[in-house]
Design a binder for this molecule. Structure first.
Ligand code: E4P
Length: 216
């Protein structure tokens, strides 16, 4: 499974990338706003750190405006993936961008039907938002399992990015479901790497190493 980092914070991206486990990055307007920096400048910097798909979202609501916005965004870097909101104008945009050989990520997907439509329109990726479904009392991961079956039944090439991840168990469940990608917030990635028994084990080895007689 590919792991993307779900952030626009370049320090966190740089650190995670140095671990050798980051395949791409997803941003959205909220994540960009948190950084308080110029949108294009941040996205360009992210592209220079991570050699993989970097999602940048359009904010127009009409396809006739989304398409030129996307064409402008892909000028930032060859790895830019255009995030397009799941709605009729978004589907039109996905179709038109595919014809222009521009890769897309259908975002704000909350049902298998939305994922099916995005795949049919030609999305490169779909991003079902698991945590936000959990937040309203649904089992978000259920739609990942359904989408994986649907895409496999019809051999869609569209890849599933499990998004809106809240904790490490979401990542495990995404991997068990066979999702192509999990996009992981930095605090969740930090939790994934840690285990209290690892910490105890390291400390014990260090303490015992002090007791080993050393020739010099
Ligand atoms: C990723 O593509 C999404 O923008 C992100 O995962 C949304 O997460 P949130 O529900 O925590 O805002």
């Amino acid at each position: 499974m590919k792991i993307f980092l779900d952030t626009a914070n370049v320090e966190h991206i740089r650190e995670a990338n140095s671990w050798g486990i980051i395949d791409g990055v997803t941003t959205n307007p909220t994540l960009i706003a948190k950084e308080g920096r110029d949108f294009r400048e941040v996205v360009k910097e992210i592209c220079e750190i991570v050699d993989g798909p970097i999602s940048a979202e359009v904010v127009s609501m009409k396809s006739d405006e989304m398409v030129p916005e996307a064409q402008d965004l892909v000028k930032i870097h060859k790895n830019i993936i255009i995030k397009v909101p799941m709605m009729p104008e978004g589907l039109k945009t996905i179709k038109r961008l595919k014809e222009l050989n521009i890769k897309t990520n259908a975002t704000l997907v909350f049902s298998p039907n939305q994922a099916l439509l995005a795949a049919k329109a030609g999305a490169t990726y779909v991003s079902p938002f698991i945590g936000r479904l959990d937040d309203i009392g649904h089992v978000g991961m259920d739609i990942i399992r359904d989408i994986m079956i649907i895409f496999e039944n019809y051999k869609f090439e569209t890849q599933v990015i499990v998004a809106s991840i809240r904790h490490p168990i979401h990542v495990i469940d995404a991997a068990i479901a066979g999702a192509h990608v999990a996009t992981v917030p930095w605090p969740v990635l930090q939790k994934m790497v840690k285990h209290s028994l690892t910490d105890v084990g390291i400390q014990r080895f260090l303490d015992d190493w002090e007791k080993v007689p050393k020739s010099k």
